[in-house]
Write a protein that binds this ligand. Structure first.
Ligand code: ADP
Ligand code: GLC
Length: 483
C-alpha cells in the first residue's frame, strides 16, 4: 500500500472534562495535556474539546463560534466556542456560563452539582457541532463518563450530517469508579429516547449510567494499563460493569499512560530547590532538607527514611491500610510528608495521623502543584497503597525523581514497578503494607543497594511517544488513512 504521508492520518478530536493546565483534578488532566501534542508530533491533526470553566477563561483563546443553539430536553442553550493553539493541538473551549462558570469542576463543598448530566451532555453535543463546523473528526476520542454521550448521540442521529457517518469513536476509561449515574428522568434532560432505558443500553439498576452508554456504543474501548484492562473484567474491580466489559473484551485494550518529562524531571524542574540527575544525585539531599523544613519535621529526620504521598484523598487510594498499620509503621524511626485533599472522612484520617504522630507525620491539605514536585524530589520513597489504580502517574514521576515507590500490585502500579525499581505488595491489608514499608526501609539502610535502585528507576523511560504510537495504531485500524 502506498504511503499516503502524514496528512492522511486520521484526524482526532478528543473530548474531556479536564486538560492541563486549564482544568485539573487528577491524572486525567495530565494525560490530556501530554497525549494530544504527542499525537500531533506523529502527524495526526488533533483537537481537544473542554468546557470553558472559570479557570479556562484566562486562556489566550479567541471566539470562533459566536452562537450555536443546542437543545437538551426542554432547554435551549446559546453556546459559543473559543479556540487557541497549543503544542500543535487545537484547543476548543465550550462556553456556556450558566453551566460552567462555577467554582469547582464537578461540584462544590456540598457535593456534586445536580446538573452534571446536563453539563456534560452539552459538552458532548458541542463536540459534535465542533466537528461539523470547525474540525472534521475521523475519530472522536472520548474520556471517561463525561464524554460518554458522544458515541450515543452519534448512533442516535446518524443522519444529522453525512460528514459524521464515517466518524469512529474511542472511549478511554480512566477510572471505572466514576460512571455518571443519574435518576431515570435525567434521560429526558439529555434528549435521549426512553427506548435507551434498557439494560442493553443506558439503564443500570433502575437508573441511567452514562459511562455504560459509552461502553455499549463506542467502536473501541481502552483503559490506561494492561493490568487494569484485565481487572475491570472481574467482579472485584468491575463496579457492576464487568459483565458488559467481558462482552466487549474484543474491543478493549490497555495502553499505559506516559509521563511528561518536560514537566517532571529533576534535572530541569524549576519547582524544586536543587536540580539532580542519575549521574549527579547530590541535589536530592538538599531537596530533602528543604522539604523537612517546609513540613516542620525535625532536622534529624535527614538521616532517616522519609516517605511521601501526593494524592486525592479518596477510598480508591488505600489509605485505610495506613490507618491499620499506623502504630507499627511509626514505632520505627520513619517520617511521612503528605499532600492532598478530597473526601472529608479521608481528610480526617490524615488530620488524626498528624495528631497521633507529631514530629513524624506532616500533612498539607489542599491542591499545590509546586509542593507536589517538592515532595517527589525531597522524599526518599513514595507511598501508593491503592485499592485499585487504573494507571497512576505519581509512581512514574517518583521513578524519575529517584524516589522508589512502595505500591500495591494493582493496575498500572503493577505494570510500571518491579523489584529493581520499588516495592510491591498484593494483599489488601495493613500487615502487607507494613512489610513492604519495612522492606523498603531495610533496603534504604543499604546505601549502595538503595542508590542502585534509585538510578535504575531514574533511567526507566515512560515518555509519551510509545503510548501515543499505540493510540495512533488503534486510530489507523479504526479509520484507515485516506478512507
Ligand atoms: P488520579 O488521577 O487517580 O488522581 P494519578 O496518579 O493518575 O491519580 O494522577 C494524580 C495527579 O494529580 C498527579 O499529577 C498528582 O501530582 C496530582 N495531584 C493529586 N493530588 C494533588 C494535590 N493535592 N496537589 C497537587 N497535585 C496533586
Ligand atoms: C484516573 C486514575 C489514575 C490514572 C488517571 C489518568 O484518575 O485514577 O490511575 O492515572 O486517571 O489516566
Amino acid at each position: 500500500m502506498a504511503d499516503k504521508g502524514p496528512f492522511a492520518r486520521p484526524r482526532i478530536l478528543m473530548v474531556s472534562s479536564e486538560a492541563s493546565p486549564w482544568a485539573k483534578s487528577g491524572g486525567l488532566a495530565d494525560v490530556l495535556g501530554a497525549l494530544p501534542p504527542a499525537l500531533a508530533r506523529l502527524g495526526h491533526a488533533v483537537g481537544v474539546v473542554l468546557p470553558r470553566y472559570m479557570g479556562a477563561r484566562s486562556a489566550p483563546a479567541r471566539r470562533v463560534i459566536d452562537s450555536v443553539i443546542i437543545g437538551l430536553g426542554s432547554r435551549l442553550f446559546d453556546v459559543s466556542v473559543w479556540e487557541m493553539e497549543s503544542g500543535g493541538v487545537r484547543m476548543f473551549f465550550v462556553d456556556e456560563p450558566s453551566l460552567y462558570e462555577r467554582d469547582g469542576l464537578y461540584g462544590g463543598p456540598t457535593g456534586d452539582f445536580s446538573d452534571n448530566h446536563i453539563r456534560f451532555a452539552l459538552l458532548s453535543k458541542a463536540a459534535i457541532e465542533i466537528s461539523r463546523r470547525l474540525f472534521r473528526a475521523d475519530v472522536f476520542h472520548c474520556h471517561d463518563w463525561q464524554a460518554s454521550l458522544v458515541p450515543v448521540y452519534l448512533r442516535e442521529w446518524p443522519a444529522i450530517d453525512p460528514q459524521l457517518l464515517g466518524a469512529r469513536t474511542v472511549l478511554t476509561i480512566h477510572n471505572l469508579g466514576y460512571q455518571g449515574i443519574f435518576d431515570a428522568p435525567a434521560l429526558r434532560d439529555i434528549s435521549l429516547p426512553q427506548r435507551l432505558f434498557t439494560p442493553a443500553a443506558l439503564e443500570f439498576w433502575g437508573r441511567i449510567n452514562l459511562l455504560k452508554g459509552g461502553i455499549v456504543f463506542s467502536d473501541a474501548l481502552t483503559t490506561v494499563s494492561r493490568k487494569y484492562a484485565e481487572e475491570i473484567q472481574t467482579a472485584e474491580y468491575g463496579f457492576g460493569l464487568d459483565g458488559l466489559l467481558r462482552s466487549r473484551s474484543g474491543a478493549l485494550t490497555g495502553i499505559l499512560n506516559g509521563a511528561d518529562y518536560s514537566r517532571w524531571d529533576p534535572e530541569f524542574d524549576p519547582l524544586i530547590p536543587a536540580r539532580y540527575s542519575a549521574e549527579n544525585l547530590a541535589g536530592k539531599a538538599e531537596c530533602k532538607r528543604a522539604l523537612l523544613a517546609e513540613a516542620g519535621l525535625p532536622e534529624a529526620a535527614q538521616e532517616r527514611p522519609l516517605m511521601g504521598i501526593v494524592s486525592r484523598f479518596t477510598s480508591q487510594k488505600g489509605f485505610d491500610l495506613i490507618a491499620d498499620a499506623a502504630w507499627q509503621i511509626f514505632e520505627d524511626d520513619v517520617y511521612l510528608v503528605a499532600l492532598g485533599n478530597g473526601e472529608p472522612a479521608w481528610e480526617d484520617l490524615f488530620r488524626n495521623l498528624q495528631q497521633a504522630f507529631p514530629g513524624k507525620v506532616s500533612v498539607t491539605f489542599g491542591y499545590n502543584e509546586a509542593m507536589s514536585h517538592r515532595i517527589e524530589a525531597g522524599a526518599d520513597m513514595f507511598l501508593m497503597p491503592s485499592r485499585y489504580e487504573p494507571c497512576g502517574l505519581n509512581q512514574i514521576y517518583s521513578l524519575r525523581y529517584g524516589t522508589p515507590p512502595v505500591v500495591r500490585a494493582t493496575g498500572g502500579l503493577d505494570d510500571t514497578i518491579d523489584e529493581t525499581t520499588g516495592f510491591k505488595f498484593s494483599d489488601y491489608n495493613g500487615t502487607a503494607l507494613l512489610e513492604a514499608i519495612r522492606a523498603a526501609c531495610r533496603k534504604w539502610e543499604d546505601h549502595a543497594g538503595w542508590r542502585k535502585m534509585m538510578v535504575t528507576g531514574m533511567r526507566r523511560d515512560f515518555s509519551w511517544t510509545a503510548s501515543a504510537t499505540e493510540y495512533s495504531r488503534l486510530y489507523d485500524a479504526l479509520h484507515p488513512a485516506g478512507a
